[in-house]
Ligand binder design. Sequence first.
Ligand code: NAD
Length: 395
Amino acid sequence: MDKHQNFVGGKWVDAVDGATQPIINPATEETIAEAPRGSEKDVDRAVKAAAAAFEGWSDTPPGERRLQLMKLADRLEERTEELAALEARNVGKPITVALAEVPFLVDNLRFFAGAARCLEGKAAGEYMRDYTSWIRREPVGVVASIAPWNYPLMMAIWKIGPALAAGNTVVLKPSEQTPLTTIRLAELAADLLPAGVFNVITGDGEPVGAGLVRHPQVNMVSLTGDVATGKEVARAAAATLKRVHLELGGKAPVIIFDDADLDLVVEGVKVAGFMNSGQDCTAACRLYARDSIYDKLLAELVPAVESLKVGDITDEATEMGPLVSAEQRERVTGFVDRAVATGHVRVLTGGRNGDGRGFFFKPTVIADAQQGDEIVQREVFGPVVSVTRFSDVEQ
Ligand code: NAD
C-alpha cells in the first residue's frame, strides 16, 4: 500500500502532526493508499512556502511560465494510461471514462499555459488631462485551490493551469477522498516548477480547506464543490477580503416536447444523466416531458437505463461504476427514500444498492415527480433521474 506525503516548498513531507487517513477504492471498498490528514499547521507551512515563491514566479515572464506548463502537459499526456488507471481506482470510474478525461485535461492545461500570454487591458486612454490610464493585469499572489472528488485530476488542472500561468503561486487541496492523481501531478511537476510555486496538502475540509480560507497570506480562494461549501467559503473569505472563485452544484433540465426524437433523447439522457454515476454538476437529471409523449418516453427510457453496463471498472465495456463513498451512497439513498415517501412518485427502475462489494447504486428513474419535490429541486449527485409531466409551454 502506498503511503503518500504532502508536497510543500519543493519537498515531500508528512503532516506536521503525523496524522494519516486511508484512501479507498470505491469499487472494491479496499484501502489502496494512505495520505496525510493535515491540520492548520500544514496550511500555514504550505501558504508560507507559496508566499515565499511568489516574487520569483510572478517576475518570470509568461512565455517561460508557459514553457514549464507545456512540459507538464506533455508528461501527463505520456502517462495517460497510468493516470487514468489511478483515477479509476481512486474515484471508482470505469477505465474508459477515466481514459477519456486525460486528453481533455492535457488540452486544457496547454490552453491555460498559452492564454496567460494573451491578456489585455482593453480600456486605456487619457481620461484626465496629462494622465494616461491603463489596466494592467497582475497576479494576485497565493491562490488556495480546493477541489472536489468527482473529477480530481481535471479539477486540479483547472485550478493550477490559469493560476500558475498568470504568475500566482498555488496551494492545492484535493478532496480528502481522492488525492492520488493530484499527488502524482505534484510529482510530475516537481522538477519543472521552482520550489513553493505549486504545493499540495491533503486533509479534510475543516481544518485544511477552511484553514486555507482563513489564512491571512492567501489572496484568493478557488473552490469547486457543494453549494453549502461555497456559501461557507464566501462567508469566511469575507473576513480577510479574499477574492473568491466558486464553481458549485447544478440541476440540469431536459425539456421534451411532443415533436422530440425520443431515440435521441433517451441516448442523450443515458449518457448525460448517468455519466460518472451522475456525480457531475452538469448531470441531466430532471426531465420534463409533455403529457402527449410522457408514457412513450418512460417506455423507452427505462429499458435504456437498465441496459447501462454497471460493474467492474477495469472492464472496457463498463459504462457506470460505483458512487465515491458509502456516505455518498447513503446520501443518494436518502433522496430516493424521501421521494418515495411523498406517495406520488413511482420508482420505475433502480432505487437501491447494487449487489456485492463496492458503493454501487442502481441507475434509477423516478416518474411522476412534481416541480416542488426535493428530487426535482436539489442536486442528488448520483445515478438518479426524475421525470415530471407538463401540459403546455406556459407551465
Ligand atoms: P464538497 O463541497 O463537500 O467538497 C469540495 C471540497 O471542499 C473538498 O476538498 C472539501 O474537503 C472542501 N471543503 C469542505 N468544507 C469546506 C470548508 N468549510 N471550507 C473549505 N473547504 C471545504 O463537495 P464534493 O462533495 O467534494 O463535490 C461535489 C460537489 O461539487 C457537488 O455539489 C458538485 O455539483 C460540485 N461540483 C461542481 C463543479 C462545477 O464545475 N461547477 C464540478 C465538480 C463538482
